[in-house]
Design a protein around this ligand. Structure first.
Ligand code: PGA
Length: 252
């Protein structure tokens, strides 16, 4: 049985002070929810404050990105050992990183290797554009992204990874994928691809989230799909109602 995981990606929102105030507002109610792993991913600047406020709670902290090198002349980048004192998770290859900052599949794969070497659980984002979706390229494209991200990982390492399937056309648009659409790609392009690379036990161990306009009112539907193990939530993770969203994810 896979424990579902709901992560809030705050993106470039919340100053450290705003983040601390927000965490104080949601902390105890979010902490009390069981049956699901809960993670918040603040901006780098807010991570230390949020991590301190959440220490001793059941709420994990993740970074939204990191570089794959350990240290050196990489102006503006953040190294893994700068986040490991505070974080257990790191989002890698978010479509905004790929589209706006030019991250390639190869770079994402290097980051995945580095994250695992530092005992950070990567949340690897994959997903197609609207044009690719219209052109019926989704399955092949997402499957290729998964293969590239897992390149060179052992089965044991692969099991530490979380994948977030986030169709780009559904991110921040309010046009969420249907449960059938999301579940189908998660099964055929993510889980089956992992099974092809490794075996059924690895494919069954890996948690796969859906992301893209997940809200308090639609999360429960996604959770009914046997292959969807939670969500990566953007906009709706910045509101106090994120607690209700997480609560609604707990099925059964
Ligand atoms: P959204 O963002 O929930 O605002 O659509 C999801 C994401 O980018 O992870």
């Amino acid at each position: 049985m896979r424990t579902p995981i709901i992560a809030g990606n705050w993106k470039m929102n919340q100053t450290p002070a705003d983040a601390a105030a927000f965490v104080n507002e949601i902390k105890s109610d979010l902490d009390a929810i069981t049956g699901v792993d809960k993670v918040v991913c603040p901006s780098f600047m807010a991570i230390p404050a949020v991590s301190e406020l959440l220490s001793g709670s059941s709420i994990g902290v993740g970074a939204q990105n990191m570089y794959f090198e350990e240290s050196g002349a990489y102006t503006g980048e953040v190294a893994p050992n700068m986040i490991t004192p505070f974080c257990n998770y790191v989002i890698l290859g978010h479509s905004e990183r790929r589209a706006i900052f030019g991250e390639t599949d190869e770079l994402v794969n290097q980051k995945v290797h580095t994250a695992l070497a530092h005992n950070l659980m990567p949340m690897i984002c994959v997903g197609e554009s609207f044009a690719q979706n219209e052109a019926n390229e989704t399955q092949a494209f997402v499957s290729a992204q998964v293969k590239a991200a897992f390149n060179g990982l052992s089965a044991e390492q692969a099991k530490q990874c979380i994948v977030a399937y986030e169709p780009i056309w559904a991110i921040g648009t309010g046009k969420s994928a249907t449960v059938e659409q999301a579940g189908n790609i998660i099964k055929t392009s993510v889980r089956d691809t992992i099974q092809e690379i490794y075996d059924e036990s690895v494919a069954q161990a890996i948690r796969i989230q859906y992301g893209g306009s997940v809200k308090e009112h639609n999360i429960a539907d996604y959770m009914t799909h046997p292959d969807i193990d939670g969500a990566l939530v953007g906009g709706a993770s910045l509101k106090p109602s994120f607690v209700q969203l997480v609560q609604n994810a707990v099925v059964g």
